[in-house]
Design a protein around this ligand. Structure first.
Ligand SMILES: Cc1cc2nc3c(=O)[nH]c(=O)nc-3n(C[C@H](O)[C@H](O)[C@H](O)COP(=O)(O)OP(=O)(O)OC[C@H]3O[C@@H](n4cnc5c(N)ncnc54)[C@H](O)[C@@H]3O)c2cc1C
Length: 324
């Protein structure tokens, strides 16, 4: 409030500073800050959190300073009275805590479609062509519950990549239904927060195997379910490494030894992804056997026969001429 100095910086506001008797410490006018505190420009100057400043202007110090700022005395008193010291769990037990992290999700508003379309898993159930139970109505993005082939079940995915790809697919399904196959999507999620950037592919079920240095720049995890690698997460990878975890997840390789997987870490995904794709076994019939002989052998045999024929012809022709 000393820096804010309302009487000097806001000398003639309508209604004036609040509690003028405080000298240079009065609060901003109620129109400016109804919580009884400084102006927003003072808060910015003192280190308020502005994502744009942190991300684009390298002002990471705001992450620390913002914790010590109060927008006004009203909020200050409210937060003093709202300190969380414990959490009561459903089973009746109590956990003492210093801090609570709240996970906020979304719930699609499907009320409009109740009784009109088949709903499943909190969304509109669609088939592989993203058609709902009314074939003229399609659903995509967060609200669509679609068959995920890799998992053999219907899922609703709340990620921007799935929203974009399902939008692209539905356009093709409507415009060219005969040329468009079923939506085949491996769940993918990416996000970025300040200097952190991660990607996740597949499913986070089964046993988790962590790898990398959690205090360093690159680390991740694999999920192994029923002996198969079904999901992979990577923080701080490069393009090739992200492509590797995407590929290894789509291949769903069998995993026998979790300790070995942990030891190999990211190297496992990179190695598996670099292996050439195994071609499907070819059925060989008796009639195909001749074709199985490599082509260069035919060329060599034909070449030898032609050369021998020319040599024989030249020999007899030469002999005949000598007789003439
Ligand atoms: C806080 C938050 C953070 C997220 N972070 C990430 C992330 O880091 N990475 C990631 O991959 N995904 C993230 N997501 C998820 C991602 O934003 C969604 O998956 C994606 O936006 C879904 O796209 P959509 O088009 O299906 O739905 P939406 O983007 O929600 O679009 C639906 C639109 O329909 C409009 N609408 C709704 N009802 C009606 C109506 N009756 N009439 C007309 N219009 C209507 C809504 O206003 C909205 O504009 C995040 C989501 C949230 C909420």
């Amino acid at each position: 409030m000393y820096i804010n100095n309302c009487p000097k910086n806001n000398p003639d506001p309508q209604g004036g500073c609040v509690a003028k008797f405080l000298g240079r410490f009065p609060f901003e006018p109620m129109q400016e800050n109804p919580l009884l505190g400084p102006s927003s420009s003072t808060l910015t100057k003192m280190g308020a959190l502005r994502c744009d400043d942190v991300v684009n202007r390298q002002q990471g110090w705001r992450l620390v300073t913002c914790n010590w700022l109060h927008v006004g005395i009203v909020l200050f008193l409210a937060s003093m009275l709202s300190l969380v010291t414990a959490v009561n769990l459903r089973d009746g037990s109590t956990l003492s805590v210093d801090m609570v992290v709240v996970g906020i999700g979304i719930r699609p508003n499907t009320g409009l479609f109740e009784g009109q379309l088949t709903l499943e898993k909190g969304g509109i159930k669609v088939n592989g062509m993203l058609q709902s139970s009314n074939s003229s109505v399609y659903a995509i993005g967060d609200v669509a519950a679609f068959p995920v082939k890799a998992f053999g079940e219907t899922r609703r995915l709340e990620h921007v990549d799935s929203a974009r790809k399902s939008a692209k697919h539905v356009v093709a399904a409507i415009m060219e239904p005969d040329k468009t196959g079923e939506f085949d999507y491996i769940p993918f999620f990416y996000s970025r927060i300040f200097t952190l950037s991660w990607q996740f592919y597949g499913d986070n079920v089964g046993e988790v195997v962590y790898f990398g240095d959690m205090s360093g720049s690159a680390f991740g995890a694999y999920w192994v379910s029923k002996g198969q690698l079904v999901g992979a997460f990577l923080e701080g990878g490069n393009k090739e490494e992200y492509e590797a975890i995407a590929k290894v997840t789509s291949l769903r390789p069998a995993i026998e030894d979790l300790t070995e997987l942990e030891r190999q870490g990211l190297r496992y995904a990179v190695t598996v992804s670099q292996k050439p794709a195994v071609s499907p076994p070819v059925e060989v019939r008796a009639s195909d056997l001749l074709l199985e002989k490599p082509l260069y052998a035919w060329h060599a045999t034909a070449g030898v026969i032609i050369a021998a024929s020319i040599a024989a012809f030249a020999y007899f022709y030469g002999k005949k001429r000598r007789r003439w």
